[in-house]
Design a protein around this ligand. Structure first.
Ligand SMILES: Cc1cc2nc3c(=O)[nH]c(=O)nc-3n(C[C@H](O)[C@H](O)[C@H](O)COP(=O)(O)O)c2cc1C
Length: 184
């Protein structure tokens, strides 16, 4: 199974990238996690729908080339970070070529705040429902970041967080398998 993962932060010190790196390290046997990188995308405008830039075509192909997607995102202003929303806008167009169509997605997020990324994740679910991308309902993963959970090299060392992420990955694999069966 080939899963793509999207980090909803462009920060060089992103705590959500740390979570994504931990998911890559914890991937079960037979599951490959590859990054879907949107960092080179310009700001979307419908003006280019007739002549999509190569970066956007590559982004759409990358999404269409995986069996399922994991999005690990921070919350910005109680919603989805603008850069991530922009990347999803690109993937949804030109009209009639929605790259997320039918692709199962699982969502996780880390925040420094106590309620995690709950509000952002709800908004993201609404966006993905509109794009006909079925999202994993449970488990929901709202991590409150604690520096002590990671070692100096950035490896996850907290057993509780590790167990949460392993459970999330197992449910994600089952979710993707379910939709592969439905599609077949
Ligand atoms: C523009 C902006 C808006 C933010 N809004 C929220 C928010 O609504 N809720 C929240 O929990 N944290 C918010 N934060 C704090 C983020 O949780 C924190 O910066 C976190 O480290 C971002 O994730 P990252 O390290 O993966 O980039 C915000 C941060 C920024 C820069």
């Amino acid at each position: 199974m080939r899963l793509g993962y999207i980090v909803g932060s462009l920060s060089s010190t992103s705590i959500n990238r740390k979570v994504a790196d931990a998911l890559v390290a914890l991937a079960p046997e037979g599951v490959e996690l590859v990054e879907l990188d949107y960092s080179q995308l310009p700001v979307y405008s419908p003006d280019v729908d007739g002549d999509y830039p190569q970066a956007a075509l590559d982004w759409k192909s990358a999404i269409e080339g995986v069996d399922g997607i994991v999005i690990v995102t921070p919350e910005y202003l109680r919603s989805v970070p603008g850069a991530l929303k922009n990347a999803i806008d690109w993937a949804s167009r030109p009209w009639g070529t929605n790259s997320f169509n039918g692709t199962p997605v699982a969502i996780a997020g880390a925040s420094i705040g106590a309620i995690g990324t709950a509000a952002a994740q709800q908004h993201l679910r609404a966006i993905l429902a509109h794009l006909n991308a079925p999202t994993l309902g449970q488990p929901e993963v709202f991590l409150q970041y604690r520096a002590g959970a990671w070692d100096a090299e950035g490896a996850l060392i907290d057993e509780q967080v590790t167990a949460v992420l392993q459970g999330f990955l197992a449910a994600t694999v089952a979710h993707v398998e379910r939709y592969a069966t439905v599609a077949a």
